[in-house]
Design a protein around this ligand. Structure first.
Ligand code: 3HC
Length: 281
């Protein structure tokens, strides 16, 4: 495999592209507007400049890496990719429309992968004819740091596709785990209800946001507290995952917290909007 196409130039898409380019893959990042594309290019530039400052890569490495990445608004640029990884908005209809188009334009052997955080892989794969070449490849934020990739089989994913994506994950320095399709997969099914519970503790006035986070860092050895983590992931993403867990299982233990809903309605999405449980510069 040589060429990877990443659809969606948000935080996850840009970071996924960086990780592949660092391992020598040719990567094309596609999004729908020039504005999103230039923000993605600026984010990548900052990220790589930081690695140069820290002495992790040289200025020449940075240049070489950047020469492996191109940005585009043209979906046809994915046609000759070996793997397409979708990291767009968590909307099942939009994802299905996109994959239908990709199925029509990509070469027959291209594997289509989604980085969805919780939507059923089997459901999205219903949009394509090549269901055997459709799979979940779920990365974790921040992608350059987090070692895990959940490799999720849809009901029709072939063993060949599964093995190829497990191997690809290892080639880019990640540790893959095998997951069968199910709401929230492994990590989000466990992690996101924990975050929702932390919001309940805050809403019930049991402790401040700072003390909830401090308690989970020092008492459970989490690298960051659940509310800071929610701000990092995006409170809208956390709410969306809770909604899916609740809708798919019907189990009241997954009911999203009201305060979380209010914050999302109020645009307090976390780091990306400058305000969430904390305020950011
Ligand atoms: N991009 C690249 N590198 C980053 C980064 C980013 N956004 N954020 C931090 N780093 C790097 C730092 O540069 C530093 O690198 P160095 O050791 O080479 O200098 C290293 O990570 C450690 O960073 P810091 O010293 O600044 O801070 P921490 O030690 O607290 O680590 C953290 C930061 C890695 C974010 C850590 O707090 C952590 O692991 N938090 C939990 C993250 C987590 O749980 N992620 C999963 C979220 S769920 C998800 O993504 C699924 C989705 O579907 C919702």
């Amino acid at each position: 495999m040589k060429k990877i196409s990443v659809i969606g130039a948000g935080t996850m898409g840009t970071d996924i592209a960086q990780v592949f380019a660092q391992k020598g893959f040719d990567v094309v990042i596609r999004d729908i507007t020039d504005d999103i594309i230039s923000k993605s290019a600026a984010k990548l530039e900052r990220s790589l400049a930081r690695l140069v400052e820290k002495g992790k890569i040289t200025a020449e490495d940075k240049q070489k890496l950047q020469s492996h990445i191109s940005f585009t608004t043209d979906l046809n640029a994915s046609a000759d990719a070996d793997v397409v990884i979708e990291a767009i908005i968590e909307d099942v209809k939009i994802k299905k429309d996109l994959f239908k188009q990709l199925d029509g334009l990509c070469k027959p052997e291209t594997i289509l992968a989604t980085n969805t955080s919780s939507i059923s892989i089997t459901e999205i794969s219903a949009a394509v004819a090549r269901k055997d070449k459709f799979i979940g490849m779920h990365f974790f934020n921040p992608v350059p740091v987090m070692k895990l990739v959940e490799v999720i089989r849809g009901m029709a994913t072939s063993d060949e596709t599964f093995k190829a994506i497990m191997e690809l994950s290892r080639v880019i320095g990640k540790e893959p785990v095998e997951v069968n399709d199910g709401p929230g997969f492994i990590v989000n099914k466990i992690l996101v209800p924990m975050i929702n519970e932390a919001v309940c503790v805050l809403q019930d006035g049991i402790a401040s946001a700072e003390d909830i986070d401090k308690a989970m860092q020092l008492g459970a050895n989490h690298p960051m507290g659940p509310l800071a983590l929610s701000d990092l992931i995006g409170n809208d993403v956390v709410l969306h995952i809770m909604n899916i867990l609740y809708e798919e299982t019907g189990d009241p233990k997954y009911r999203p917290n009201i305060l979380l809903k209010k914050m999302v309605r109020g645009g307090l999405l976390g780091k990306k909007t400058g305000r969430g449980f904390y305020t950011y510069q």
